[in-house]
Unconditional design. Structure first.
Length: 275
């Protein structure tokens, strides 16, 4: 990947963001290699899926990579990846990071830092450059059963938020010894898995939030590969249905805010290509 300033679709991508992309792409290569070795399904998601289809790479103003995995593949990846990822990569989850509060995993380059602009570096906000991986959970076929799952999931999510706030107020030694958030999180994921049935038609990202669209599982079951920067990216064969449902005319570029905190990045020189 060229790490110099570049204009795409009338938008100037600065060299500093290209360096962030380079780190993300390095993480992604390791993730895809693990999935390939173990036959795990994974695919581009969200803005990364738009970028793969419309730009054969990043959306010019995007700043992250989002991937999705069916729940059974996601669970296997969470078991396998910590053993196979080389340094400095690691899987970050509620289970292994006392400051992490997302209900999905990130694969992080721990040699880097991503600090929100205007904030001091603290253990809470120096996670590093990462790739998001979202589990896609099976959903019931009837509105009544979907509503039941959503009600239960919302209660668990509320309990998690309260647990995080309480734990962050405790001294570290007490926080580490209690960690009741992990018990709530395990119960939450057990709930999501309990609704998985072979006859279920729909899947969605409950772990992200509860206002996601439902996708026909056939849209996600088969994968094809498209160009993405300098690699091949797996995308679901039903990408047109998925993107049309989410964005309408997804082939017409619309610059919108990323929804993420604007960060300053710290990247060691040895993590970048030499001139």
């Amino acid at each position: 990947m060229n790490l110099e300033d570049e204009e795409r679709c009338g938008y100037l991508i600065k060299a500093d963001m290209k360096k962030v992309w380079h780190i993300q792409m390095s993480i992604l290569r390791e993730v895809l290699a693990i999935c390939d070795r173990h036959g795990l399904r994974i695919f581009a998601d969200g803005g990364t899926l738009i970028g793969a289809i419309r730009h054969n790479g990043y959306i010019p103003w995007d700043d992250d990579i989002d991937m999705g995995m069916p729940r059974e593949d996601y669970d296997r990846f969470c078991e396998i990846a910590p053993k196979e990822l080389p340094e400095p990569y690691h899987v970050c989850s509620i289970e292994n990071d006392r400051y992490y509060t997302e209900r999905f995993i990130k694969v992080v380059d721990s040699s880097t830092k991503a600090i929100p602009i205007g904030e001091k570096a603290t253990p809470h906000n120096t996670l590093g450059i990462f790739v998001d991986i979202f589990p896609y959970d099976s959903m019931p076929n009837t509105p009544r059963h979907i509503a039941r799952l959503v009600r239960k999931a919302r209660r668990k999510q509320t309990m998690l938020k309260i647990a995080f706030k309480l734990l962050n107020r405790l001294p570290r030694w007490m926080n580490d010894s209690m960690r009741f958030d992990r018990k709530i999180f395990r119960d939450y994921e057990k709930l999501l898995r309990s609704f998985a049935k072979p006859e279920n038609r729909y899947m969605t990202k409950v772990a992200l939030h509860l206002k996601e669209y439902l996708y026909d599982r056939q849209w996600l079951e088969n994968i094809e590969w498209v160009d993405f920067e300098d690699i091949k990216m797996p995308v679901p064969k039903g990408y047109d249905d998925i993107l049309t449902l989410n964005y309408g005319d997804y082939m017409t570029p619309k610059q919108v805010p990323s929804g993420h905190a604007v960060c300053r990045y710290e990247i060691p020189a040895d993590r970048l290509p030499k001139d």
